[in-house]
Write a protein that binds this ligand. Structure first.
Ligand SMILES: Cc1cc2nc3c(=O)[nH]c(=O)nc-3n(C[C@H](O)[C@H](O)[C@H](O)COP(=O)(O)OP(=O)(O)OC[C@H]3O[C@@H](n4cnc5c(N)ncnc54)[C@H](O)[C@@H]3O)c2cc1C
Length: 484
């Protein structure tokens, strides 16, 4: 059976980027069709529920929630913002062997922490942070000219090199890099632009969403469902895109009972652009896309261990750093825990800030490591015991009363999202990837083809809001221009 659907905007992918795009278009009364291959929405954001514990499989830290910032602005635009929805996270603890450093997310607190630890560097610290504040301001008001200026200045150098321009004592680099490894495997050798974006997006604090990040998925889905002109196709895998004269005409997706032919005026792609590119590459005229997309390396894959405890704990989120000399954080150190004892990993205790995630007086922990190494090939049991040993070493006291142990591997994420290797943030965010992925965005390849979410220059949940807003704004502007 063939079902035909006509819409102004079709969106491939019902992750957070697809949902934000669909919600914004719904707000302005557009006919949208959101197409998701799974039977539920959320993509990288999903929960496992075990013994009353809500274990978050994907993202759980959210930035951009300060006054006037991207995520809060969009939620306010949709009348979905409520202060009660978010809980600010405690500062991170960076652990370097026996030494612990406090790494607050908020820029003003991070600055104070640095000044108190490195008083001789005070003037340099103030200079550096005032530059980050300027950049954050440009991001917040979406001043594309200023953001581009920063992109040009910072995308071609490593974060370490940028810091070396400001500071004498490079131990500061370890402090500032501590926010990177847990959030996409970005370290001192990654692009300065990406790391600074990360500092800026969490600059007003990192937040947990009350009841888990999935709450955001639900409220956005409910919002879209209220739009009488919206169609949500679940369990519908896009496998064909029809393009004529450089304009996308329709997409085809298979669902259980039929083939859906979705005729459209605009297309927003939020799923792995590499996979979608295979469907359209013969129609792409500009070789630039071909070369650049093919040169992009897939980013790191997450492995997550979930542990639940019978007793309540009060631990901040921890990030384990191998040494204070960040130049030693090369890839082999970062991603292969079989070889080194001190793989960078992140231990999050979301129940400390949101008790609604677990039964009373209980607690749980999510351990995340990012890997592109041989760990990917290890069996589930093997992985579990390796990760468990790491927990034992770092937190010897907390394993005693543990009740649930589960591992989510990159295969699980890949099966869910089709992101190659289950990549957390799309492309690896090295210098070349950042420069090359800048071609991906509104608008690229075809006149009515937009990309939002993980696979453009921005990443994470914040990046999904940011790029979706840009894609939708461009579409709305085009409709308005045509109406005049
Ligand atoms: C373990 C882990 C921890 C993370 N932690 C954080 C964090 O703390 N903070 C943060 O900001 N970010 C974090 N992230 C990253 C964040 O979750 C992602 O950047 C974000 O959710 C990506 O959203 P998206 O909509 O761009 O893509 P996705 O969530 O990948 O959504 C794409 C959707 O497209 C669908 N799809 C794919 N192919 C097709 C097709 N052919 N037809 C139809 N549908 C298709 C997929 O099923 C999927 O639902 C984490 C990710 C992981 C995996």
């Amino acid at each position: 059976m063939i079902r035909e659907i006509n819409c102004q905007v079709a969106i491939i992918g019902g992750g957070i980027a697809g949902l934000v795009s669909a919600a914004l278009l719904s707000k302005y009364g557009y006919e949208v069709c959101l197409i998701e291959k799974e039977n539920h929405l959320g993509g990288c954001i999903y929960n496992k529920i075990e013994n009353g514990h809500i274990l978050q499989g994907g993202a759980h830290h959210l930035g951009g929630l300060g006054e006037g910032e991207i995520v809060s602005n969009i939620l306010k635009e949709l009348s979905l913002y409520s202060e009660e929805l978010f809980i600010e996270n405690n500062p991170l603890i960076g652990k370097v062997e026996a030494e612990e450093i406090l790494v607050p997310f908020r820029l003003n607190k991070l600055k104070d922490e640095l000044i108190s630890n490195f008083p001789l560097e005070k003037n340099n610290i103030l200079r550096f942070f005032s530059e980050i504040e300027y950049f954050k301001e440009a991001l917040t008001v979406n001043n594309s000219i200023k953001v581009l200026k920063y992109f040009q200045a910072w995308s071609r150098i490593s974060f370490y090199d940028l810091l070396a321009r400001y500071f004498e004592d490079m131990k500061i680099a370890a402090y500032l890099c501590a926010l990177g490894p847990g959030y996409g495997g970005i370290t001192s050798s990654g692009s300065a632009f990406t790391m600074v974006s990360l500092l800026a997006t969490y600059g007003s604090g990192a937040y947990n969403v009350k009841g888990s990040m999935n709450t955001l998925v639900h409220i956005l889905e409910d919002y879209v469902k209220k739009n009488p002109k919206a169609t949500i196709l679940k369990g519908a895998l896009v496998n064909k895109i029809d393009i004529e004269n450089g304009i996308v005409q329709s997409v085809e997706c298979l669902s259980e009972d039929c083939t859906n032919v979705v005729r459209l005026q605009n297309l927003i792609v939020t799923s792995d652009i590499g996979n979608i590119y295979k469907l359209v590459c013969t129609k792409v005229k500009n070789n630039r896309f071909h070369d650049k997309i093919n040169s992009l390396e897939i980013g790191y894959s997450p492995i997550r261990l979930f542990l639940s405890f019978e007793k309540k704990r009060s631990l901040n989120d921890y990030i384990m750093l191998p040494s204070f000399d960040v130049r030693k954080w090369d890839e082999s150190l970062l991603y292969s825990s079989t070889k080194y004892n001190n793989t960078i990993s992140m231990f999050s205790f979301p129940t400390v800030v949101d008790r609604s995630l677990c039964p009373k007086n209980q607690d749980h922990m999510l351990m995340t490591i990012l890997t592109n190494s041989e760990l990917i090939k290890a069996s589930r049991e093997d992985l579990q015991s390796k990760l468990y040993n790491m927990v034992d070493r770092y937190f010897p006291s907390i394993t005693v009363d543990q009740v649930v142990t589960t591992v989510a591997t990159n295969e699980d994420i890949e099966a869910k999202t089709f992101n190659r290797n289950g990549s957390v943030f799309g492309w690896k965010r090295g210098i070349n990837e950042v420069i090359n992925s800048n071609i991906i965005g509104p608008k690229c390849m075809f006149k009515n083809f937009y990309v939002a979410g993980n696979w453009g220059p921005t990443f994470g949940v914040y990046g999904a809001f940011y790029s979706s807003k840009n894609a939708v704004t461009e579409i709305l502007n085009n409709y308005e221009a045509r109406a005049l």
